[in-house]
Design a protein around this ligand. Sequence first.
Ligand SMILES: [Zn+2]
Length: 57
Amino acid sequence: MPHCHDMKSGEIYVCSDCGLELQVVKECREADTPAESCSCTPCQFVCCGQDLAKKQS
Ligand SMILES: [Zn+2]
């Protein structure tokens, strides 16, 4: 499951159902903060009812 703290600039996330691809242009500003103690949780990136998957380059 993609979490905004794990999503790095340039990475691409895909929906295996419809084929949508999203690229990270800018990282979460809290990326260096543990997700558990961050104000931006929970965040979900869902398409077609399922989590987006990181595309392997
Ligand atoms: Zn989709």
